[in-house]
Design a protein around this ligand. Sequence first.
Ligand code: R5P
Length: 309
Amino acid sequence: MLIAGSANPQLATAVSTAAGAPLARTAIHRFPDGELHVALGDSVRGQDVYLLQPTSPPVETHAFELMLLADAARRAGAARITGIVPYLGYARQDRRAGGREALGARVMADLLGSGLERVVAVDLHMPALEGFFSVPIEHLTALGVLVERLALPEVNERGVVVAPDLGAARLADRYARALELPVAMVLKTRLGGTEVVARGVTGDVRGRVPVIVDDMISTGATVAAAVAALLDAGALPDVTVVATHALLVQDAIQRLERLGLRRLVVTDSVQFATPGALPVEVVSIAPLLADVINRLHRDRSLADLLVHG
Ligand code: R5P
């Protein structure tokens, strides 16, 4: 049985169609004091339940709504409850950069683990986040579907895959191998939530077409800094950006528009604002999620779909 929260109705419909499983009825509303109320409209007793909800902004609302759905399903007698969480919020708070800070990713992992028996996630900020969860995680990647969309001749001829920061180096290496391209990296320092600076580029980008890859784009500051550093280093201005999660918060769209990108290739893991004049190509992860749901339901292996290390 497939049940969706309110975070990404379009993805929910697409997963339902691809999985051949109708969406169960739900009633989600807010009381006047702001509290959420959730009720299931169909019986789930004895069912293998899949709760689809990216914990995208507003993260707390979507995460709590997911947990209310899990609680409703458990109390209504569901046999097994799996969370399909294509985007995991708070994942970037995976370490304490200073004293007296909270470890947000751990708090999120504990919250999800308190009501779900298994979590399916896509392109986690760091694969090591799996270790924060007490319940099993199935860590999928959208790299396959994104590479399929990217693999056009102009990318393959003079391209270079670029990690916009150290954290994306592994991901960039995986893209570079899949696209058979060299890899470079931008040296980035984050000054604040919306401010980053790039101190230079390692690797040969001169005269090459950059393909910047990242797990997510939030404010677009990282991409903007990377593009500036790449142009300074002699890369061609024909920039493609690929990211799994397009949060595109605050003025990200305007910021990215100013960069004159050639392509921005993202997935539908989260619902984002209308992209204006941005050359956005959205690749759906619905078939991937539907495949995983069908395999989990039949206790079949996911080995060929999972990311490790
Ligand atoms: C950081 O480590 C992430 O992988 C992204 O590079 C970053 O979170 C993107 O955020 P923004 O678009 O706000 O720079």
